[in-house]
Design a protein around this ligand. Structure first.
Ligand code: SF4
Ligand code: SF4
Length: 383
């Protein structure tokens, strides 16, 4: 049995639309406008017709606006979104219908289109966010006004909330036509709610199919695990086939920065499905690579606070990524972000450690935290 990029699937029964299994995640495009336009068109020509962008993704909407000329607008299902709690465009942004309606019009101008196929509520991460979005005079009312005026055709939301909360939203939200979830072969937190949404006729879109880039690293640890579990050659192929084989996933978002991203992903969507037994074997192999099952940090945070302001669980996550998973490029990204001014959980540098030992006394895993911090400082892959 084959799931092909050349064969369309229902984009949820509610929307009545059809998509192909691989879509465009428009968070990042090439810097150069001409290159970006050519690449976007190449992806659309290859069947990546659902496009997920946001007012908050830098100049993504502007670049898409340029690409969707010359007949390309009519070929795609264009979706954008906003989040007054996640990414304010102006400090006064709120979850009101007025503000949302204003952001819709603004996105339409940036995209230079006469209508949006989808306008989504971006990142419902708690019941409080959900209430703000759906209450009278809230975001959903702003979207409904735009729908009444023919500016928007469909709506839905994206989420990182707890599965039990999402399950409730699915029961309540008869207006919702799509949900965007994180889901991949190592993270099955939302597997059941993806299935529930699909059953209810809501289009299911998956972000982070590559575990935030972790499987695409060429990590020998992941590659060996998938070889042993399902006899596939690399983790990228396994990660794609895992999602391709889940009948509840309508489409995945693929970030595109070069033509190879398009064709290597689509190639994996031409291959035979994994059997349910193979999917289970893969899940088991990936579970065996989690921090906890490797006997490493559980993220419990009992070691905090550190008197020097070191974000110890995050430092342990970086040790895990580079030393145990050998996903060095990803670890280097984490390491850079850990000390970034924009990071709300910004850490002091491990060289600030005064070796007081407080953290080690409290660590539930009895980790040699001080030695691990020294490892980070000396690790050549993080330089
Ligand atoms: S040993 Fe270092 S990391 Fe641990 S609490 Fe003391 S200063 Fe912080
Ligand atoms: S106490 Fe130990 S296991 Fe828990 S977060 Fe801190 S380092 Fe990790």
């Amino acid at each position: 049995m084959f799931k092909k990029q050349s064969e369309q699937v229902d984009f949820g029964k509610r929307s009545g639309l059809k998509v192909y299994p691989v879509s465009i995640g428009a968070m990042r495009f090439p810097e150069d406008d001409n290159q970006a336009v050519a690449l976007i068109r190449q992806a659309i020509d290859a069947g990546m017709i659902y496009i997920d962008t946001s007012r908050g993704y830098g100049d993504s909407e502007i670049k898409l606006g340029k690409a969707l000329k010359d007949g390309y607008r009519e070929k795609v299902i264009l979706s954008t979104k906003c989040s007054p709690w996640g990414k304010k465009i102006e400090p006064t942004d709120d979850a009101s219908a007025e503000c949302t309606y204003k952001r819709i019009k603004e996105s339409m101008q940036r995209l230079d289109v006469e209508y949006l196929d989808f306008y989504q509520i971006w990142n419902i991460m708690s019941p409080e966010c959900y209430e703000k979005a759906v209450r009278k005079g809230g975001m959903l009312d702003g979207i409904r006004k735009a729908m009444d005026e023919g500016l928007v055709r469909h709506t839905g939301f994206t989420t990182h909330d707890k599965p039990e909360n999402i399950s409730r939203y699915i029961d309540e939200a008869d207006w919702c036509e799509t949900i965007l979830f994180t889901y991949n072969m190592m993270n099955q937190t939302y597997k059941d709610v993806v299935a529930k949404a699909h059953d209810k006729g809501i289009a299911t879109v998956v972000m982070n199919p590559m575990g935030g880039g972790m499987f695409a690293e060429g990590s020998p640890v992941f590659d060996k695990a998938v070889k042993d579990a399902v006899d596939l050659d690399n983790a990228i192929e396994a990660a794609h086939l895992y999602l391709a084989s889940d009948p509840n996933v309508d489409t995945i978002l693929c970030g595109i920065t070069k033509p190879e991203d398009i064709f290597s992903t689509i190639e994996n969507y031409q291959k035979p499905f994994l059997t349910p037994d193979q999917m289970q074997a893969l899940e088991k192999a990936m579970a065996g690579l989690s921090m906890e099952s490797m006997g490493f940090c559980t993220g419990c945070k009992y070691c905090l606070p550190c008197p020097k302001g070191i974000n110890i669980p995050e430092m342990m996550n970086i040790v895990y990524t580079t030393k145990l998973l050998k996903a060095h490029r990803r670890a280097k990204e984490f390491y850079g972000w850990a000390f970034n001014e924009d990071n709300p959980e910004k850490s002091s540098h491990p060289t600030d450690c005064i070796e007081c030992g407080q953290c080690e006394q409290k660590c539930t895993q009895r980790l040699k935290i001080i030695d691990e911090l020294k490892y980070l400082v000396s690790c050549p892959e993080l330089k």
